[in-house]
Design a protein. Structure first.
Length: 337
């Protein structure tokens, strides 16, 4: 079997230097101005000096079921801007779905993600890629000075703090849509739900080097925000999913078995104490609530342990070769059979 069927290796060739992925939902007013700024940012002379030429690029608009004519605006822009590409969903699936499709489509050596509402500054693209050139695989923008109301900034600070505490990845702004990646990073990601908030976490756990860079955040010029407080609730639930899948997907017994042992030993200790009280002090234990707590903990311990065993059996039955991420191969001839 060809080793490439078992291992995920970085792509060897790219059609363009930079892919700019822009998921959007109802942002028709900002799109012409955004496209003009992206062209100016990518084609400026200092950026051309960095690449040794004017960098080739593509703009991937992922239209997430917009109902305000955004698709029509993009198709009009397509007539005069050959670098623009459009993917339109039949309905609104969310930002994670848009990024996932954009990542799978991007053909650039470097991949930039940004929002379509003009709050992300396209002129930051050069600084982000220069930061990647220092040896990083992902650079996350940090909106150090924000122009959002307190109803957004305070929950965001709490979210960033908890995410850093749980994941062990300490950056200031997980929610910033402006990020730069090497293509091998986005090729390794599978984004769904609200997972786009945890891309730095997933990349870090995959062994990639991450950093952050303070970027300009601009006040919203058109329309209104598409996100409410519910995104943080769903986001925290997805954080638990990320932690569980990343740490215990291949070894569910480590999670459920640990809970089972802890619960069973706690219940056994309680019942042992009650037994001692009955034998030594001849105390009645049948009507004591703590007896039922001990029994409940022992039953839960057995259930957790059994769940862990079932999880191990399912994992072994449907297991596939581990998709190891290969940085490079040297002097290695791969068999084709």
């Amino acid at each position: 079997m060809n080793l490439q069927n078992l291992l995920i290796a970085p792509p060897q060739s790219f059609r363009v230097d930079i892919s700019i992925v822009v998921p959007l939902f109802n942002e028709s007013e900002s799109l012409p101005e955004l496209v003009a700024q992206i062209y100016q940012a990518v084609q400026k002379s200092s950026f051309a000096e960095f690449f040794g030429k004017t960098p080739s690029f593509e703009i991937l608009f992922i239209n997430d079921g917009s109902t305000d004519g955004s698709e029509v605006v993009i198709k009009k822009l397509l007539e005069t801007h050959l670098e623009i590409k459009l993917i339109s969903f039949r309905k609104n699936y969310g930002k994670s779905a848009g990024l996932d499709v954009g990542f799978k489509t991007a053909s650039g050596r470097y991949v930039i993600t940004m929002d379509a509402d003009l709050q992300d500054n396209p002129y930051e693209i050069e600084a982000l890629i220069r930061k990647l050139a220092e040896g990083y695989d992902l650079v996350s923008g940090w909106k150090k000075k924000r122009y959002d109301p307190l109803s957004k900034t305070l929950p965001s600070k709490l979210f960033n703090f908890v995410t850093g505490l749980v994941s062990g990845v300490h950056i200031h702004d997980f929610n910033c849509g402006l990020k730069a990646y090497r293509n091998e990073v986005v090729s390794s990601l599978d984004i769904y739900g609200e997972m786009h908030r945890y891309i730095p976490v997933l990349a870090k756990w995959n062994g990639f080097r991450i950093s952050e860079l303070a970027v300009e955040h601009r006040a919203r010029k058109y329309g209104r925000t598409k996100f409410g407080l519910s995104r943080f609730i769903y986001g925290f639930l997805d954080l638990l999913t990320v932690v569980f899948i990343s740490k215990y997907m291949k070894r569910p017994m480590h999670f459920f078995g640990s809970l089972g042992i802890l619960s069973f030993i706690s219940g056994l200790s309680i019942n042992a104490y009650l037994t001692f009280e009955k034998i030594v002090n001849d105390m009645s234990v049948s009507n004591r609530p703590i007896l039922f707590l001990g029994m409940l903990l022992m039953i839960l311990g057995v259930l957790f342990f059994t769940t862990g065993l079932l999880g191990e059996m399912i994992t072994k039955s449907f297991s596939r070769s581990e998709p190891y991420l290969i940085k490079e191969t040297v002097n290695l001839d791969l068999p084709n059979t």
